[in-house]
Design a protein around this ligand. Structure first.
Ligand code: NAD
Ligand code: G6P
Ligand code: MN
Length: 442
């Protein structure tokens, strides 16, 4: 069996240890000979890399391990690039979230003006990594989950249409796990779904057990009462309060269209005022993550380095992220596994822009993916999606053309923003905050 070589781009990510452990757990179906890490922040990456290096030495000494900030060393001799970079890191996420809130507009990592600002930073970073891969390992695949995935995917469609990149998101995977739990199933893999939308902007239209049983009626009963809460794993004390609120609010999102099951991110577009009302403009999700996940991961890495052993480490394989192994395995071994990917529509949603990047089920194999047609979509979803896809396309055009007007239009068109005047105020402050990260706009 061939063994694969992988580079994790964004080696300093809070998700890196979880991904490394998850890769080790799946050695029998996806064997690895080498793991490399690449980041453009050497100091940050070194902490994560040294700790992972100790773990690997103790648990899988046969796997070669290397970390670097040198693109050539990183991208040479790899089969897969697993990319999760955050251009501007948490310091910029905090600004993305807090600046719109000053003007009464929601502040979110991937939605609304915050997501647009992040998109303007991410496009260049992701293209750079893709170009490194194509220069040093032209046959490799890039599995990208760097956000905002919708905007990044549109940028790669426009600017690198022939590149071997697949854009993917873990939100539907997580929500499917919760729906499987509601139905008393062991795993989401017992289900077969239909789903359409944009990234962080979609709906399930059918969920069946692989034996043919329709699971939608049961799931709808839970949604009507408690949103996704009935599918939450573990005791209530262990729930992250902001995510629990999102899962609860899915009930209100569901109410707007009881024929489908919504992605939780739709709360930002359907109930923006409520989200703003519940936000603290001085303390946003970025602060929670910096005080929570980021602190925990880096404290643990430093502890492991100091102790010189990872024997009693608190890392755990990121079960959520096992879809990344599924994807790599499908490409490597032509499994034709059915997965949701962010791909050019090209008629898969019949009555929607063929040039939009949509999130739909695909069969993944060694030649890439085959899309599964989702037919015609209803007017409500179509209207929402047309507005949102125009926002995403305008952002990418603004980035390519360095156009102030197009970025202003994008923010104005976002359903989360009340008008062009507010959009302009937010934009002008975002421009200041993003100097050095965005192209200079004219
Ligand atoms: P993080 O800030 O902890 O890690 C990101 C790393 O990327 C940092 O070490 C940073 O130095 C590095 N980086 C930034 N710009 C870079 C560049 N141009 N080249 C190389 N490295 C660069 O962030 P995190 O919270 O761990 O999240 C990482 C990314 O994964 C984010 O984009 C996040 O939104 C995304 N994510 C996506 C999904 C999904 O569903 N698609 C799920 C989880 C996380
Ligand atoms: C989900 C989404 C990701 C997003 C993450 C944010 O996993 O699919 O795209 O980055 O949530 O989580 P956080 O804990 O950083 O707010
Ligand atoms: Mn996502």
């Amino acid at each position: 069996m061939k063994k694969y070589s992988i580079v994790i781009a964004g080696g300093g990510s809070t998700y890196t240890p979880g991904i490394v452990l998850m890769l080790l757990e799946h050695q029998e179906r996806f064997p690895i000979r080498q793991i490399k890490m690449y980041d453009n922040d050497g100091e940050r990456q070194e902490i994560v890399a040294k700790a992972c290096g100790i773990y690997l030495k103790e648990n899988a000494p046969e796997i070669a391990f290397h970390y670097t900030t040198d693109p050539r060393e990183a991208f040479e001799d790899v089969d897969f690039v697993m990319a999760h970079i955050r251009v501007g890191k948490y310091a910029m996420r905090e600004k993305d979230e807090k600046i719109p809130l000053k003007y009464g507009v929601l502040g979110q990592e991937t939605c609304g003006p915050g997501g647009i600002a992040y998109g303007m930073r991410s496009i260049g970073g992701v293209l750079e990594i893709l170009d490194y891969m194509e220069t040093y390992s032209p046959d490799a695949w890039m599995l990208n989950y760097s956000n905002p995935a919708a905007i990044v995917a549109e940028a790669t469609r426009r600017l690198r249409p022939n590149s071997k990149i697949l854009n993917i998101c873990d939100m539907p995977v997580g929500l499917e796990e919760m729906m499987a739990a509601m139905c008393g199933l062991e795993s989401r893999k017992e289900m077969e779904v239909n789903y359409y939308g944009l990234n962080h902007f979609g709906w399930w239209t059918s969920i069946r057990h692989k034996d043919g049983r329709d699971l939608m009626p049961e799931i709808k009963e839970h949604m009507k009462k408690n949103g996704f809460l009935d599918g939450m794993p573990g005791p209530e004390e262990s729930w992250d309060p902001s995510w629990a609120e999102t899962y609860r609010m899915a009930k209100d999102v569901y109410a707007v269209d009881p024929d489908t099951i919504p992605n939780t991110y739709l709360k930002y577009y359907l109930y923006p005022n409520q989200v703003v009302k519940h936000s603290n403009p001085q303390h946003t999700r970025a602060n929670e993550v910096m005080e929570g996940r980021e602190k925990t991961v880096f404290t643990e890495c430093r502890r492991i380095i100091e102790a010189g052993t990872a024997k009693d480490c608190h890392f755990h394989a990121d079960a959520h992220a096992s879809y990344i192994v599924d994807l790599a395995e499908a490409l490597a071994y032509n499994t034709k596994q059915r997965m949701l990917l962010i791909v050019p529509n090209g008629g898969a949603i019949e009555n929607f822009d063929p040039e939009a990047m949509v999130e739909i089920p695909c069969l993944v194999g060694s030649n890439g993916y085959e899309k599964i047609c989702q037919g015609k979509i209803p007017r409500f979803q179509k209207g929402l999606m047309e507005q949102q896809v125009a926002v995403e396309k305008l952002v990418v055009e603004a980035w390519i053309e360095h156009s102030y007007i197009k970025l202003w239009q994008a923010i104005t068109l976002s359903k989360t923003v009340p008008g062009a005047d507010v959009a302009k105020q937010i934009l002008d402050e975002l421009i200041e905050a993003n100097r050095g990260y965005w192209p200079e706009l004219n």
